[in-house]
Design a protein around this ligand. Structure first.
Ligand code: PEP
Length: 249
């Protein structure tokens, strides 16, 4: 079965609840489609607002992080169990900004992703190399290791459900987009690695996204590559022209 494309917006720490409500009001009819799975990953305080504003549409809401524990003395954190009860179906795990500023390790990404799955959430697991790693020819090794740890202890069914986002760090928020060939060769290697671990049918089912300075101008060529099943989109998801990214065909 063909993989359904996914376009997930990552709002990062942007838009207060009132601004979120009015922005969703502006774009929701334009990004409401069956052709693509559309997800808006919003700040925690906007989850309920976004859910209300999106009622009656096919657009999904996602969170940008979660803790691996169900509950406990982790001031400032929220759990997968909480997201599940709120019926938030997606959660970004291991975004490079979390890895860099909050020191999240590959192991933590794995534990969080397993916990997300246990709560019936779909983790959008981010992996990708720095410019230094790319320039020293280590892209494939870095991504391979990140993926290998992220998928540790996952079953075939788990890996069919997860979404992998290949996000080269040098392309995130920089305006420097990977070429379609650069993005495709890493996404193809990711799929190959899944095949080696769990077989072709799992690899053929797993959605692998590209993220890093996606815009209405480059979405079409990137998302139509054979191993790229859509995108994780930061800055461009905060503009009304996000519609053009969603309708990239
Ligand atoms: C992101 O935040 O995951 C991202 C890819 O950001 P941008 O599209 O702004 O580069």
């Amino acid at each position: 079965m063909a993989r359904k494309k996914v376009v997930a917006g990552n709002w990062k720490m942007n838009l207060t609840p009132s601004k979120a409500e009015s922005f969703i009001g502006e774009i929701k009819d334009k990004i409401n489609t069956d052709a693509v799975e559309v997800v808006l990953c919003v700040p925690y305080v906007n989850l309920a607002t976004a859910q209300n504003a999106l009622k009656g549409t096919k657009i999904h809401v996602g969170a940008q992080n979660m803790h691996y524990a169900d509950e406990g003395a982790y001031t400032g954190e929220i759990s997968g169990k909480m997201l599940a009860e709120m019926k938030v179906p997606y959660v970004i795990i291991g975004h490079s900004e979390r890895r860099e500023y909050f020191k999240e390790s590959d192991t933590e990404v794995n534990i969080k992703s397993l916990k997300a799955l246990k709560n019936n959430l779909i983790p959008i697991i981010c992996i990708g190399e720095t410019s230094k790693q790319r320039n020293s020819g280590r892209t494939f090794d870095v991504v391979r290791k990140q993926l290998s740890v992220a998928l540790d202890d996952m079953t075939a069914d788990d890996v069919k459900k997860v979404i992998i986002a290949y996000e080269p760090i040098w392309a995130i928020g920089t305006g420097v987009t990977a070429t379609k060939e650069q993005a495709e060769e890493v996404c193809a290697a990711i799929r190959k690695q899944i095949e080696e671990k769990l077989g072709k049918s799992v690899a053929d089912s797993t959605r692998i996204l590209y993220g890093g300075s996606v815009t209405p101008d480059n979405a079409k060529e990137l998302f139509n590559m054979p191993n790229i099943d859509g995108g994780l989109v930061g800055g461009a998801s905060l503009k009304t022209s996000f519609e053009q990214v969603v309708r990239f065909e």
